[in-house]
Ligand binder design. Structure first.
Ligand code: CP
Ligand code: NVA
Length: 333
């Protein structure tokens, strides 16, 4: 790569533990500043006169709204390009599209099907590319998730180790489909020293190649293991946070009947958490959009649920990501 090659954010794996921590800290401090009435000077006008292309070939509520709002806060221009708007995939190749769009904008934020599509955009782009969800990763979601955990558990840096977010020792239990949201969350867990257990039905486990990407994400000198089981109650034992996502990701609609059957018994409920022995005061998280089959209303709308705070945190984390990758050209300071 040339010294002028842009730095991309395609997965949490692209960040060192220190960078991941810093991005979350920046998101948190931007959140407090804006909420107390002042947009930080490092943000205001930081994208003045610049355009960020938002290229989505799938639906989105949170990712689109948060990204466009963050760019507006930076006084930049968010240009939304749906798959019906541009020539990509119909009349034009990924290579040509990437070279052309990147010659006119400051960054591309892309939501794709296969991860290779966003990786291909990045490979040929002269500007930073941020993954806004692929079949493998959702880094912007993971940033918001750890910001939310940081807030909910009121973790502070341990003295003498200003690098830390203080999440070490917390335990996340994932109950449901092994998907894009889990993969980046797991890479983040490996980097931040968070414990992770995962319950998936037979045939829906984390693929072996992904498991090795996750376990090898732990910083040197620290090992990371995922406790895997088919029994949701086993996974939630001693969990601080129970997390799930839809069982049917966008693009898997034809597998719906089969998956609904395979995931019977995996709905996150209060009874399940109790039977399994989740920690007193356990919290629930979900990236949304949510369907009733994966989590009961009782849990989803309970005081234990962090889901709406988690959704709002998408704004503060994409703001920090745009600042780092677009304004500061990949320097996370
Ligand atoms: N969580 C998330 O990415 O939601 P959207 O699909 O609505 O953007
Ligand atoms: N796993 C879901 C996440 C949506 C934000 C999907 O890929 O559709």
């Amino acid at each position: 790569t040339s010294p002028f090659a842009p730095r991309h954010l395609l997965s949490i794996a692209d960040l060192t533990p220190q960078e991941l921590t810093k991005l979350i800290r920046n998101a948190s401090s931007h959140k407090s500043a804006v909420k107390s009435g002042s947009v930080p000077s490092s943000i205001q006008n930081s994208l003045l006169g610049q355009t960020v292309a938002i290229m989505f070939n799938k639906r989105s509520t949170r990712t689109r709204v948060s990204t466009e709002s963050a760019i507006a806060m930076m006084n930049g221009h968010p240009m939304f390009l749906g798959s019906q708007d541009i020539q990509l995939g119909v009349n034009e190749s990924l290579y040509d599209t990437s070279v052309v769009i990147s010659s006119m904008v400051s960054a591309m934020v892309a939501r794709v099907n296969a991860h290779s599509e966003v990786a291909g955009l990045a490979k040929h782009s002269s500007v930073p590319v941020i993954n806004a969800l692929s079949d493998l990763y959702h880094p912007l979601q993971t940033l918001a998730d750890y910001l939310t955990i940081h807030e909910a558990f009121n973790t502070t840096q341990t003295s003498g180790n200003s690098q830390s977010l203080g999440l070490e020792g917390l335990k996340i239990a994932w109950v449901g489909d092994a998907n894009n949201i889990l993969f980046d969350l797991a890479i983040g867990a490996a980097k931040l020293g968070v414990e992770l257990s995962v319950a998936t039905p037979k045939g829906y486990e984390i693929p072996a190649d992904m498991k090795s990407i996750i376990t090898s994400s732990a910083p040197e000198g620290r090992s990371f293991n995922i406790a895997e089981t088919r029994v949701p109650e086993e996974a939630v034992k001693n969990a601080d946070i129970i997390v799930t996502d839809t069982w049917i990701s966008m693009g898997q609609e034809s597998e719906k009947q089969q998956k609904l059957k395979a995931f019977e018994g995996y709905q996150v409920t209060k009874e399940m958490a109790q039977r399994g022995g989740a920690k007193e005061g356990w919290k629930f998280m979900h990236c949304l959009p949510r369907h009733p089959e994966e989590v009961s209303d009782e849990v989803f709308y309970s005081p234990a649920s962090l889901v709406f705070q988690e959704a709002e945190n998408r704004l503060w984390s994409v703001l920090a990501a745009l600042e780092a990758f677009v304004v500061n050209k990949g320097k996370i300071v």
